[in-house]
Design a protein around this ligand. Structure first.
Ligand code: FE2
Length: 392
């Protein structure tokens, strides 16, 4: 019988343009989307690298009028989105250009909902369904991580509680994603590490989730293959343009996979850590990923899917167990070579705090898509295993 997962309904919504220096084409690509006045949404750290200036020049060369908002904060909240919305409304723009990491892209995406359809961010939680068409959004990622440049969801935190909401609509994905490795070489090493861990975890989680299909899994596998060879290289040499480009492509491919596959327990566990302890998202998922893989791999079909990833690594060994061990070892090495903390004990987190965090993790949307059922009990055990991995 044909695998029911072979059935799918899937239109990758984003045109992806990749190449060194392709930011110079930004203006013509945005103009081709029918825009005349755009809001360039970026963060305060990028100006020093000259990236917003290059983007603005390209847009103006193509005859576009450009308004600038350069105040997006990491893990954008409803307040950030409101600030972007106000700037877009004041400038009466007909399109958005987001230049930066996932935070900038998500803030622009969120503001697009409010500018075109009104209301507040909360109204767009889940798969929203919009009444009026959104304005075109063109995304220029300067990090290789979130995959937001090809996704129809924005992750926006509530200002008061810092609880993350996934807000989306099938039409909310950027029209164009522009992958220019020259823009990612200026990423500081910790940002390279944290965002790279996020992209790798996306590739791993989307390979096994309940919502995956054959096509999305192909994207996951290729994302993992590229990132597995490129991640150690970008950490060793920040200016390795080939590896930077592989990471950008890997992050985008994994992002496409997320559209169909959603994510799993590592992401469910990560959100409470970011909210309560400010653990950077990519580090949180990277820390938990080896533990989640060990936990999920007790299920035979999932174990085999992990093994397929393990076989993409050098020296995967002969059988399924060896290949899964190779995958876990690789994930642990990624964390170690990143130079970031490798255990949750590095934060102010003890055994008593685990229970409430696990209850919160169990309410995360992504927990539903993990291949093994996870309740607060299993999630608490996963937190504990990451508190001090030497004891697991
Ligand atoms: Fe993520």
């Amino acid at each position: 019988m044909r695998d029911p997962l072979a059935e799918f309904d899937w239109t990758p919504p984003t045109r992806v343009v990749c190449g060194r220096g392709c930011v110079e084409k930004l203006g013509e690509l945005v103009a081709a989307e029918g825009c005349a006045r755009v809001l360039l949404v970026t963060d305060p750290g990028l100006a020093a690298a000259g990236h917003p200036q290059r983007a603005k020049e390209s847009l103006e060369r193509a005859g576009l009028t450009v308004a600038l908002f350069d105040g997006v904060r990491e893990n954008p909240t409803t307040k950030d989105v409101e600030a972007v919305r106000a700037h877009a409304a004041d400038a009466a723009v007909d399109g958005f250009v987001a230049l930066g990491g996932g935070s900038c892209i998500d803030a622009a995406k969120g503001a697009d909902f409010l500018v075109t359809n009104g209301g507040k961010m909360d109204d767009y939680r889940g798969r929203a369904g919009v009444e009026r068409p959104l304005l075109p959004l063109v995304a220029v990622p300067t990090t290789a991580g979130s995959g937001s440049e090809v996704q129809s969801f924005a992750l926006i935190a509530t200002e008061a509680t810092h609880e993350k909401m996934a807000c989306g609509d099938p039409t909310a994905a950027p029209r164009v994603a522009l992958l220019d490795a020259e823009l990612s070489v200026t990423m500081p090493r910790p940002v390279t590490a944290v965002t790279g861990l996020d992209a790798i975890t996306h590739a791993v989680e989307t390979t096994v989730t309940r919502a995956r299909n054959e096509r999305s899994t192909a994207y996951s596998r290729e994302a993992f293959r590229l990132a597995a060879r490129a991640f150690p290289r970008v950490l060793a040499d920040a200016e390795d343009l080939d590896a930077r480009e592989d990471m950008l492509v890997a992050a985008a491919l994994a992002g496409v996979a997320i559209e169909a596959s959603m994510l799993g327990a590592a992401h469910a566990l990560a959100n409470p850590l970011t909210r309560a302890l400010d653990v950077p998202h990519g580090l949180a998922v990277g820390l938990l990923s080896p533990h989640v893989v060990r936990f999920n791999a007790t299920e035979p079909a999932t174990r085999e899917r992990y093994a397929e990833l393990g076989r993409l690594l050098p020296d995967p060994g002969g059988d399924t167990d060896d290949a899964v061990a190779a995958l876990v070892g690789f994930l642990e090495r990624c964390l170690e070579t990143s130079g970031l903390p490798t255990a949750l004990s590095a934060w102010d987190l003890d055994d008593d705090a685990v229970g409430p965090l696990a209850l919160e993790a169990a309410t995360q949307w992504t927990a539903d898509f993990n291949p093994r059922t996870v309740t607060a009990v299993e999630l608490a055990a996963l937190y504990r295993s990451a508190l001090d991995p030497t004891e697991s």
